[in-house]
Design a protein around this ligand. Structure first.
Ligand SMILES: Nc1ncnc2c1ncn2[C@@H]1O[C@H](COP(=O)(O)OP(=O)(O)O)[C@@H](O)[C@H]1O
Ligand SMILES: [Mg+2]
Length: 233
């Protein structure tokens, strides 16, 4: 059995939902005052996402305002959060998810390697019916979400194969509207400049076909996170 914790967000902060609170939403949080409640279930052994909020993020270049303007913009469709490991990509992505939830947006956050497993579960023959159905429902949610966040694209091996990229392209094609946020520690160049480059290491372009790259770069804003690995501080 998975070791899970359930949190509820209300009155501007997260509370751990203790077992005795019951199912009535008004009883979920002791400090409930009528504010909309957001619930999040997390595995106990993962990094603590509930602390990843805009309030807890030390900005270097006005990143939070840039993200908030991106979310409001009608012109800009995609956001690429780029930076080496530990520079705060996942922190900002989770904070953006929470901010969007609080603003009543349909937002979906998925780590790229998990997305690979969902693609796999949605297709595999003889797969447990319920698992397959859940995977299909998740994909449908990713397709229709107002904001889809894919964390750590092109990093782990699960996200570097043909099966993943074929399904990623399909998902991007199905998403007719809405915003896409990608975090990655790789670079990205427009398809033409990439062809001219000699050193192709470290580019999303060397992993994904031009049709994916041009969709990611369409009406795209880039935010580069710099600094040392915050995990080592
Ligand atoms: N600018 C920042 N302000 C506060 N905490 C940060 C910042 N950048 C990173 N962290 C913290 O450092 C750790 C690693 O950050 P994370 O977002 O997971 O990095 P990345 O996804 O870029 O590898 C996390 O615990 C995160 O909350
Ligand atoms: Mg990360």
């Amino acid at each position: 059995m998975q070791n899970l914790k359930i949190y509820v967000y209300c009155n501007g902060k997260w509370h751990i939902k203790s077992s005795g609170w019951g199912q009535d939403t008004a009883n979920l949080c002791p400090a409930f005052t009528g504010e909309k409640i957001i619930e999040r279930v997390e595995e106990n052994n993962t990094e603590n996402y509930i602390n990843k909020t805009f309030d807890n993020f030390n900005e270097t270049d006005n990143e939070i305002n840039k993200i908030k303007s991106f979310l409001k913009s009608e012109k800009i469709k995609n956001l690429l959060l780029k930076g080496t490991t530990g520079t705060g990509k996942t922190h900002l992505a989770k904070a953006t998810e929470l901010y969007s939830m609080i603003n009543s947006k349909h937002v979906e956050f998925i780590m790229a390697p998990e997305l690979y497993h969902i693609f796999l579960e949605s297709e595999t023959w003889n797969k447990d019916y319920e698992e397959k159905n859940n995977a299909k429902q998740s994909l449908s949610s990713f397709e229709h979400a107002e904001i889809l966040i894919i964390d750590d694209l092109g990093c782990k091996k699960e996200t570097k194969n043909k099966f993943f990229s074929t399904n990623l392209l399909l998902l991007l094609e199905k998403r007719k509207k809405g915003k896409l946020i990608i975090t990655t520690n790789l670079n990205i160049a427009d398809n033409e400049s990439f062809i001219k480059m000699k050193n192709k290491e470290g580019y999303l372009n060397s992993i994904y076909e031009p049709r994916i790259i041009s969709r990611l770069l369409e009406k795209c804003q880039k935010i580069s996170l710099v600094g040392i690995d915050n995990r080592l501080k």
